[in-house]
Design a binder for this molecule. Structure first.
Ligand SMILES: *[C@@H]1O[C@H](CO)[C@@H](O)[C@H](O)[C@H]1NC(C)=O
Ligand SMILES: *[C@@H]1O[C@H](CO)[C@@H](O)[C@H](O)[C@H]1NC(C)=O
Ligand SMILES: *[C@@H]1O[C@H](CO)[C@@H](O)[C@H](O)[C@H]1NC(C)=O
Ligand SMILES: *[C@@H]1O[C@H](CO)[C@@H](O)[C@H](O)[C@H]1NC(C)=O
Length: 493
């Protein structure tokens, strides 16, 4: 080992210097080098002192706080000056519902499910003055007649022009303290508390376009994946609505060949470069048949809207669609955030293992087999596509309903519910009795002995999903005398 190479404090520059310069020469060189450095230092200092006294502040920023290099790096860099933050509530929303004078009497039942008289704000926009002889229903949103919409070009539907202009009409009403403009059809059912919980997540002072697209791929292909479908409802932040109100009439001319009002609004929004913020709780419900499978395996997000209820089988068997909606609202009012939230648990018994999927406030399924959570999270395909009534594709995976009756779940539906305390609810689900020709007969099916299922659950924090979306947990407490007791808890401590 060479001692020279490993000498402590070995200075490579020293040996370099020795090899190039003689000692004497190097001394002279070093002295003048030091002197030069000193001069540069003094001159620089004088300049700095001069400028910090006399120079304009904007040109020289040597202050500690203004220098990006010296900035306190533990402080988040992009935090804006704090403004007094009042969190968004229903009073900050203005609804713009597309209606028509002739059909309102039939469609009013939908808005009456969620409209809160003297609390929610907004209007139903009509094509013409409604019949003066009949009084406007007290529990409907107040109406306004759309402003001049007949002189715009259109290719397929003139009412699409009118409904697209609801954005600018609503903005021009000029109501105070508005943060969001929420558009919907006359058959859109809003779940108000959940809508507020979702909008709270977004800064209403920025440009936001929040909604969802179609469940049927054919619809998204035909219109746009990036568009908020109008029937499912969508929200525009105030500054975006302001921009649209100015641009809309120009957009209506540019996009006159488009089909719907929602597509015209999307096109206009995209001119400002604002993308769709997708929220899975907005349901356009572009499906045919029974939407059951979808609602029994809802995404981990609050239920915000339901649409197309006139076209779908009743949500609850043995009930009309209107009765079904009242039943769902009864559960919803107990615990809005938890509505339709899925949880999965298993019950081991001497006959085998049952897989149980709960959609809170709506339905429970018991399977005679061991189905893993990723399977249970996939909606049973109880429906067809919207346009072609085909078996797909949809924008999510589906499981086929089996032709073997024993593989299909026994289903239970929400029957009644109550508050157990201020923070806990009890909901009860009753077995749906199919006619015996549809029952599983191949083997002894002990599932049939479960008549009722009772679910105890804590009320859900409306902001839980904003913090972290996660499927809720459940466990079987006991099963006695035809009654099964289940406990649900939040997965977030
Ligand atoms: C940096 O910011 C943190 C948090 O605001 C503060 O506690 C700390 O005192 C700051 N440090 C300096 C050197 O300013
Ligand atoms: C909603 O926010 C407004 C402030 O913009 C406030 O005056 C009002 O009391 C709030 N309403 C509720 C129900 O919290
Ligand atoms: C709504 O407000 C009006 C006017 O203040 C009042 O006459 C009416 O009774 C209120 N309705 C409800 C349901 O509170
Ligand atoms: C539905 O109605 C049928 C016949 O009226 C009845 O046998 C069945 O128990 C009912 N189902 C439920 C879930 O109420």
């Amino acid at each position: 080992m060479s001692a020279q190479g490993r000498e402590p404090g070995h200075n490579p520059f020293k040996s370099l210097k020795l090899s190039i310069f003689s000692d004497k020469f190097s001394d002279i060189f070093m002295t003048s080098f030091k002197a030069t450095l000193m001069m540069i230092f003094i001159i620089t200092s004088i300049i700095i002192v001069f400028y910090s006294f006399f120079g304009s502040e904007t040109r020289w920023r040597f202050g500690y706080q203004d220098s990006p290099v010296n900035a306190n790096l533990t402080r988040p860099f992009c935090v804006e000056p704090t403004r007094p933050e009042i969190s968004t509530n229903t009073s900050h929303i203005v609804f713009g519902i597309g209606g028509s004078a002739k059909t309102w009497s039939r469609r009013q039942k939908y808005s009456q499910l969620w409209w809160r008289v003297n609390s929610t704000r907004g209007f139903v926009w009509l094509d013409e003055q409604p019949d003066r002889d009949t009084e406007w229903p007290e529990n409907s949103p107040p109406y306004k007649v759309s402003s001049d919409w007949t002189h715009f070009k259109f290719s397929s539907s003139q009412s699409a022009v009118r409904i697209a202009r609801i954005v600018s009409d609503s903005f021009r009403v000029g109501l105070p303290n508005v943060r969001w403009f929420v558009m919907g059809d006359d058959d859109t059912v809003f779940f108000l508390d959940n809508l507020v919980a979702v909008l709270k997540k977004y800064d209403h002072e920025k440009l936001f376009y929040v909604g969802g697209n179609s469940e049927s791929v054919e619809q998204d292909v035909l219109h746009s994946y990036d568009m908020a479908f109008g029937g499912g409802g969508f929200a525009l932040s105030y500054p975006l609505a302001e921009k649209l109100s100015k641009a809309m009439d120009g957009c209506l001319d540019r996009y006159s060949n488009y089909y719907g009002s929602d597509q015209r609004i999307w096109a206009c929004v995209s001119e400002f470069g604002v993308p769709l913020t997708r929220e899975p709780g907005f349901h356009q419900n572009d499906v045919r048949g029974d939407v059951y499978g979808l609602l029994a395996a809802h995404p981990v997000a609050p239920l915000v809207t339901l649409h197309h209820l006139d076209y779908l089988s009743p949500l609850f068997p043995n009930q009309t669609q209107d009765e079904s909606l009242n039943t769902l609202m009864e559960a919803y009012n107990l615990d809005p955030s938890r509505t339709l939230q899925q949880s999965v648990c298993y019950y081991k018994n001497w006959g085998g293992i049952w897989s149980i999927s709960i959609s809170w406030g709506y339905t429970i399924q018991i399977y005679n087999s061991y189905l893993l959570p990723p399977d249970l999270e996939i909606p049973l395909q109880t429906f067809k596509t919207w346009r072609s009534w085909a078996d797909g594709p949809f924008t999510f995976n589906t499981r086929p309903v089996s032709s073997d009756r024993c593989e299909n779940p026994i289903t239970y539906f929400f029957d009644w519910g109550q508050e157990v305390s201020k923070t806990e609810t009890l909901t009860s689900y009753k077995k749906y009795v199919v006619d015996s020709s549809k029952e599983c007969k191949a083997k002894v099916d002990y599932r049939r002995t479960v008549e009722k299922i009772q679910v105890f659950a804590p009320k859900m924090d409306p902001q839980e999903f904003a913090k972290v979306p996660r499927r809720q947990l459940c466990e079987i407490e006991n099963f006695k005398y035809g009654k099964m007791k289940v406990k649900i808890r939040s997965s977030v401590p």
